[in-house]
Ligand binder design. Structure first.
Ligand SMILES: Cc1ncc(COP(=O)(O)O)c(C=O)c1O
Length: 406
C-alpha cells in the first residue's frame, strides 16, 4: 500500500475535518473531494451559462467543459466514441431510458427479459413495468444464499425468446462481483442484448465496454465521488441511433414544425432540456481524481480493507455476514447481529459517529431469499481506514453486550 496515502486522500475531503465521523455508507453514496466541489463551484462562479445555445464566450466555455466531461467518461470506460455516452440523472434513469426507448418499442408479448434475483430495485421495477404493459415475460437467474448467482441453468433460462439480459455487475448487498463477461457470452448465443448495471463496480474496477462487448451499461456519478443528479448510459452508437427519444423538449431535436419534429444526433437525442451541466463537470473532475490515484490502486486498497474487515467481523460472536464466502467480492458487507434489530444497531453506531446503512438496500428479493427483513451494511471506499474498522467492531461488541444485558 506504499503508493496509496489514505491520510492525504482524507485531507481532500472537507467532510472529514470532523474527525469523529466514520463514514461507512459509500455504497449508497460517496463523499466528495474538494477537487470536485471546486470544479462545480468554479463553473457556477466563473463561466456559468447554458450549453449548445449561445455563441458568446461563456456559453462556448460551458459547452466545452460539458463535452470534455463526456469525453472523460468515454475514456474512463474505454469507449472509442463519445457519442456512446448519454448523460442521465443516474443509473435508475439510464435503465428507464432503455426500458422506454428500446424495450417498449421493440418487444412484444411472449418475448423474454432475463435479470437476476440479485438486482437493485432499479433494475427490476422498470422491467416489471415493461412486462405489464407489453406482455413480455420477466425471468430471473436465481441466487444462492451464499450471495452468488446460480448460473447452473443459464442455458435453459436463455431461449430464442430472450431479447435482453440485464445484470448487476457488483451486488450492493453482498459485494459479490458477478461473472458478467461469461453471462454476456451466454446472452450472445441467443442474440439477446446485454445491459450491465455498473453502479457499484465502476467505483473501483476497470470497466471496459469494448472488452465486455455489452450493449448498454449504466452508472451514477454520486457513487464515484461526483455530484448527485448525474449518471451515464453507455450504449453502442448504432443501437442508440436506432432508438426513439425517451423525453421530448429542447436540444434533442433537429427541427420542429407545428405537425412534426425530427431528432438531433446521439447522444443529444436523449438529453432533452437544459442538461445537468454543473453535475457533468463535477463528474469529469471526479474521474480526474480517480485517475490521479489510479483505479487499480483504489481497488487494491479497498480489497485490503475488505479482508481486514471480514476477518474482524467474523471474530464477533453472533454476527452473521451475508455473502463473501466464495468467488470475488468487494468492500460492501451486509450483516446482522443476533438479538439486535438492524435499525437499533445503526442508531447505536450513529451515536458514536459511525454511519452505516440499515434496511433492505433496495433489494427486497434478496432479503426474501435470506429470510430477513433488513440488514446492516458497511461499505468502504478509498478514504476509509483500518482504525475505522476497529472502531466499528468495538462498537458492535459494545452494542451486543448492551442488548444482552437488557
Ligand atoms: C447496484 C445499483 N444499481 C442501481 C442503483 C441506483 O442508483 P441511483 O439511485 O443513483 O440511480 C444503485 C444505488 O444504490 C445500486 O447500488
Amino acid at each position: 500500500m506504499s503508493k496509496f496515502d489514505v491520510n492525504k486522500i482524507r485531507s481532500d475531503f472537507p467532510v472529514f475535518t470532523d474527525k469523529s465521523l466514520v463514514y461507512l455508507d459509500s455504497a449508497a453514496t460517496t463523499q466528495k473531494p474538494k477537487q470536485v466541489i471546486d470544479a462545480v463551484s468554479d463553473f457556477y462562479s466563473n463561466y456559468y451559462a447554458n450549453v449548445h445555445r449561445g455563441i458568446y464566450e461563456l456559453s462556448m466555455k460551458a459547452t466545452e467543459a460539458y463535452h470534455s466531461a463526456r469525453q472523460k467518461v468515454a475514456n474512463f470506460i474505454n469507449s472509442s466514441d463519445w457519442r456512446s455516452i448519454v448523460f442521465t440523472g443516474g443509473t435508475t434513469e439510464s435503465i428507464n431510458l432503455v426500458a422506454y426507448s428500446w424495450a417498449r418499442k421493440n418487444l412484444k408479448t411472449g418475448d423474454e427479459i432475463l435479470i437476476t434475483e440479485m438486482e437493485h430495485h432499479s433494475n427490476i421495477v422498470p422491467w416489471q413495468l415493461v412486462a405489464k404493459e407489453t406482455g413480455v415475460i420477466l425471468k430471473y437467474i436465481p441466487i444462492n444464499t451464499n450471495g452468488t448467482l446460480d448460473l447452473s441453468n443459464i442455458d435453459e433460462l436463455l431461449t430464442n425468446k430472450t431479447k435482453l439480459v440485464s445484470v448487476i455487475h457488483q451486488s450492493n448487498v453482498f459485494g459479490t462481483i458477478n461473472p458478467i463477461k461469461k453471462i454476456i457470452t451466454h446472452a450472445k448465443r441467443v442474440n439477446a442484448l446485454t445491459f450491465i448495471d455498473a453502479a457499484q463496480s465502476i467505483t473501483h474496477s476497470q470497466v471496459d465496454v469494448q472488452d465486455l462487448d455489452c450493449d448498454f451499461l449504466a452508472f451514477s456519478g454520486h457513487k464515484m465521488l461526483g455530484p448527485t443528479g448525474i449518471g451515464v448510459l453507455y450504449g453502442k452508437p448504432e443501437l442508440l441511433d436506432s432508438m426513439t427519444p425517451f423525453m421530448g423538449g429542447g436540444d434533442m431535436i433537429n427541427s420542429v414544425t407545428m405537425t412534426k419534429s425530427t431528432w438531433n444526433d446521439i447522444p443529444y437525442k436523449f438529453e432533452a432540456g437544459t442538461p445537468n451541466i454543473a453535475q457533468a463537470i463535477g463528474l469529469g473532475a471526479a474521474i480526474d481524481y480517480i485517475n490521479e490515484i489510479g483505479i487499480s490502486n483504489i481497488h487494491k486498497y479497498i480489497q485490503h480493507l475488505l479482508n481486514i474487515a471480514l476477518e474482524k467481523l467474523r471474530a464477533i460472536d453472533k454476527l452473521t455476514i451475508y455473502g463473501h464466502q466464495v468467488g470475488e467480492s468487494s468492500s460492501v458487507i451486509s450483516f446482522n447481529l443476533e438479538g439486535v434489530h438492524p435499525h437499533d444497531l445503526a442508531q447505536f453506531l450513529d451515536q458514536d459517529g459511525i454511519a452505516v446503512r440499515a434496511g433492505h438496500h433496495c433489494a427486497q428479493p434478496i432479503m426474501d431469499k435470506l429470510g430477513v427483513s433488513s440488514t446492516i451494511r458497511a461499505s468502504f471506499y478509498l478514504y476509509n481506514t483500518e482504525k475505522e474498522i476497529d472502531k466499528l467492531c468495538a462498537n458492535l461488541i459494545k452494542t451486543a453486550k448492551f442488548f444482552k444485558g437488557l
